[in-house]
Design a protein around this ligand. Structure first.
Ligand code: FES
Length: 178
């Protein structure tokens, strides 16, 4: 490039690429809309997903009663669990019927009748069975359904801590005894 050409190039006005009014409006409105949508949608996504990311509590077993109190006669034991359901935390009270079998193994049954969900009680009719007051379902001491209900009582997971002498209950599971 000659000196004259360099001089001309240096003094030539800079040519800018102009943005049209339409483009400007499109970019501005598009950006604002995306920003507002993000502000509205992100909290909803977080609300929906966040409980799934929370680690499950490790202490799922709850200390409920001294082992020394458990005999072959079922004992009604009430206890509370700490429950997190999404954002809602609560401490519902649960009930278990705990007893020992002939071998001295401790087991715990759910009080929820398998017919329509009423609460069963031990030996209300003097027959050494669990009885349901709603429609007269009966269950054996192991939770086996005898009449009306078509499934045995659920069973809690049980752990006995020999160091402190307490019985701990975990989640419910299908009856393993019948
Ligand atoms: S709910 Fe227990 S017998 Fe119907």
């Amino acid at each position: 490039m000659s000196n004259q050409e360099q001089h001309d190039a240096a003094h030539r006005p800079v040519q800018r690429k102009e943005m049209s009014r339409r483009q400007f409006l499109s970019y501005t409105l598009g950006g604002t809309t995306a920003f507002m949508m993000g502000g509205a949608v992100l909290p909803m996504v977080r609300f929906a997903v966040d409980p799934l990311l929370v680690k499950k509590g490790e202490g799922t077993f709850v200390k409920v009663v001294e082992e020394s109190k458990i005999t072959t006669e079922p004992l009604e034991v009430k206890f509370k669990i700490h429950q997190i359901d999404g954002w809602y935390e609560s401490e519902p009270e649960l009930v278990a019927w705990i007893s020992k079998d002939a071998q001295g193994n401790i087991f715990a049954l759910s009080p929820v009748c398998k017919h329509l969900g009423c609460t069963i009680f031990w030996n209300t009719k003097g027959q050494n069975e669990y009885d349901c007051p709603c429609h007269d379902a009966r269950y054996s001491k192991d939770g086996k359904n005898i009449t009306v209900a078509n499934a045995p009582l659920d069973e809690y997971e049980v752990e006995v801590n020999k160091e402190n002498g307490f019985v701990y209950l975990g989640p419910l599971k299908p009856n393993t005894r019948v």
